[in-house]
Design a protein around this ligand. Structure first.
Ligand SMILES: Cc1cc2nc3c(=O)[nH]c(=O)nc-3n(C[C@H](O)[C@H](O)[C@H](O)COP(=O)(O)O)c2cc1C
Length: 177
């Protein structure tokens, strides 16, 4: 059996949603690292159908935030995970098939962990108007934004998160064996 990697477990355990970010830009190299890591996310049927839209323009990010009530942070960059309905159909998926949504989750989790591994703060957002976000981003017809990952440099003070004790309680409540 492979030895457990303490680094990987540390990154998984220490990642928290970052809701206070500084105005410092995310560099192209940092974005490339995160996107390259995303290409390793598990994907249903290994089809890798989801367009990833990178947003770094501050004005566009500000307008995206206006249509995203769940975006509490002011990101320096965002990666918008989309479903391309036409491409999904071409590969035999109905656009509402669960695998497509699971892939959104595996991409999001991989991006969040990769961002944390290089010292960036990050946070997923699903509370946004899909139609308005598609318009703001100028997405091609049929591309539906499903989850926005906000990225940036963590500010010194973060709002309080869920405590370790509550995590253990939640695990105990949901574990069945
Ligand atoms: C599918 C999904 C959607 C989420 N949407 C939002 C959101 O719209 N706004 C937000 O601030 N956080 C959002 N979150 C982040 C959760 O609130 C956060 O993961 C949870 O509170 C646990 O905090 P932690 O990730 O720091 O452990 C979302 C998380 C997931 C998995």
């Amino acid at each position: 059996m492979t030895e457990p990697s303490a680094d990987v477990l540390r990154i998984i355990r220490s990642r928290r949603v970052t809701r206070a970010l500084t105005a410092q830009p995310v560099t192209p190299d940092q974005l490339d690292t995160v996107l390259e890591a995303a290409s390793f996310a598990p994907s249903a049927g290994n089809r890798r159908l989801h367009p990833l839209v990178v947003v770094t323009d501050s004005r566009r990010l500000a307008v995206l935030r206006l249509v995203s009530p769940g975006m509490l942070q002011r990101p320096a960059a965002a990666i918008v995970i989309c479903i391309d309905a036409a491409n999904a159909r071409r590969y035999g998926f109905r656009p509402d098939t669960p695998g497509l949504y699971v892939d959104v989750g595996t991409l999001a989790a991989t991006i969040l962990l990769a961002a944390h591994a290089i010292g960036l703060g990050s946070g997923p957002v699903t509370s946004f108007s899909r139609a308005a976000a598609a318009h703001v981003l100028g997405l091609p017809d049929g591309w539906g934004p499903r989850l926005i990952v906000c990225l940036g440099h963590p500010a010194d003070n973060q709002p309080a998160g869920m405590r370790a004790k509550r995590r253990r309680e939640a695990l105990a409540r949901t574990l069945w064996r």
